[in-house]
Design a binder for this molecule. Structure first.
Ligand SMILES: [Fe+2]
Length: 160
């Protein structure tokens, strides 16, 4: 294991924050998956589900990496709520019947952009800490999030 001491602790903290952020966004994406309706329903409904599964896989990889680095993995609902705030706040589910598909997509895109920005800073931290394996894991997750953002944004453009 190449990383030791304070650098390792900082990396474990970062991995946990990322894992909790991805979990928060995974839950939000499921809310969008359930509530979306309208034109291209099936495609968007399924796209949201794929994005949610990618995030869920990421949660698992990040939490397990934190443990591999000698730390503890966090993941309770309280821990997620302490780290992750849904963009725009509140629960859009209350106004779900009136929400358009573009609004749901925009909401998921905002959250996923926030997750991606955090992954990018995690990559820098891992690289600075001399841990190319963690940097590679985060890069893979960021690459996937970027691709999902591309798919989602393409739907938004089509809806405009
Ligand atoms: Fe479903």
């Amino acid at each position: 294991m190449p990383v030791g001491g304070e650098a390792r602790e900082a990396l474990v903290r970062e991995l946990n924050e990322l894992s909790l952020s991805l979990r928060g966004q995974q839950l939000a994406t499921k809310v969008a998956h359930w509530n979306v309706k309208g034109e291209n329903f099936l495609e968007i409904h399924e796209l949201f589900d794929r994005v949610a599964s990618h995030l869920e896989e990421g949660v698992d990889l990040l939490a397990e990496r934190a443990v591999q680095l000698g730390g503890g993995a966090r993941g309770t609902t309280a821990e997620v709520a302490a780290v992750w705030e849904v963009p725009g706040g509140g629960s859009p589910s209350e106004s779900a019947p009136e929400r358009t598909a573009s609004k749901w997509i925009g909401w998921v895109v905002d959250g996923l952009r926030k997750v991606t920005a955090r992954l990018y800073s995690g990559i820098e931290l891992a690289a600075r800490s001399g841990d190319p394996v963690t940097a590679d894991l985060l890069t893979e997750l960021a690459r996937r999030a970027d691709k999902d953002l591309w798919f989602l944004s393409a739907h938004l453009e089509a809806a405009e």
